[in-house]
Design a protein around this ligand. Structure first.
Ligand code: AMP
Ligand code: ZN
Length: 109
């Protein structure tokens, strides 16, 4: 938990967000400025700044994020039509919130 991290504050309930899923490892909430009909963020509970900061011991977290994304896409009925999963990495990669998160966007068709 990083005091000045917005996503840590959301995870701990100190800042609001529209949660759609939670387990021991990850939370999923709606992106506040959606760039697609479905735009969700899959966020590990552990504070990790970006993909660059991942360590060998974070393997389970990363696989949990991807498997959760797959399940959430299915629940949102966009599995068959298709969707995008992506990480923005550091400022040059468009990252604005420095707590690891996987974008899930879709729902155009
Ligand atoms: P990134 O540019 O990859 O760091 O993505 C950060 C995302 O977080 C953006 O798509 C923002 O719209 C989203 N965002 C920022 N503040 C909030 C918030 N309070 N609740 C939900 N999503 C947020
Ligand atoms: Zn954080």
């Amino acid at each position: 938990m990083e005091k000045n991290c917005l996503f840590c504050r959301i995870i701990s309930g100190q800042a609001p967000a529209e949660f759609v899923y939670e387990n021991d490892v990850v939370v999923v909430f709606k992106d506040i400025y959606p760039k697609a009909p479905v735009h969700l963020l899959i966020v590990p509970k552990k504070h990790i700044r970006s993909i660059n900061e991942l360590s060998e011991t974070d393997r389970e977290i990363v696989s949990e994020m991807i498997l959760t994304a797959k399940e959430i896409a299915k629940k949102n009925l966009i599995s068959t039509t298709g969707y995008k999963l992506f990480f923005n990495v550091e400022r040059g990669g468009g990252q604005e919130i420095f707590h690891l998160h996987l974008h899930l966007i879709g729902g155009w068709i």
